[in-house]
Design a protein around this ligand. Structure first.
Ligand SMILES: [Zn+2]
Ligand SMILES: [Zn+2]
Length: 138
């Protein structure tokens, strides 16, 4: 876990982002969570509210821009974040009942890109998340 945070911090420096206590605290919260979490959940888990909610939102957006976190989305449209670079691209399978998340190392990016290119689109990105009920909740 600390290794995850350390490498994320090194990455921030590399990208010229100042390593503030707030950013560090947010990275630590993400590293501790084993499923993707929203800005509000991240904020709620911060030790003694090291920053305000707006700052948490902004930090996560910056992290996404420099590719130190990956963004996903829940069924209700809430943006969620997990620590990791895009070369470690993956998806999630989330339980609607308890929120438990499994990592899915399966992706149809290639097929999607081919279709999108066919329409003349460039710089293709995608978000794909799967939802269901886990064995305990079904
Ligand atoms: Zn469940
Ligand atoms: Zn994918």
């Amino acid at each position: 876990m600390t290794q995850l945070v350390d490498s994320a911090i090194a990455f921030l420096r590399e990208k010229g982002l100042r390593v503030t206590e707030q950013r560090k605290a947010i990275l630590e919260v993400l590293a501790r969570s084993d499923s993707p979490i929203s800005a509000e959940e991240t904020y709620a888990l911060l030790p003694d509210k090291s920053c305000d909610l707006v700052t948490a939102y902004r930090c996560l957006e910056q992290f996404e821009k420099i590719d130190v976190v990956q963004r996903g989305v829940r069924e209700n449209g809430t943006k969620v974040y997990c620590l990791g670079h895009s070369h470690d691209h993956h998806h999630h399978l989330t339980c609607r009942g308890c929120g438990k998340t499994e990592r899915v190392d399966l992706c149809m990016a290639k097929e999607l890109e081919e279709v999108a290119t066919g329409y003349g689109f460039v710089e293709i990105s995608h978000i794909m998340e799967a939802f269901g009920l886990c064995p305990e909740c079904k």
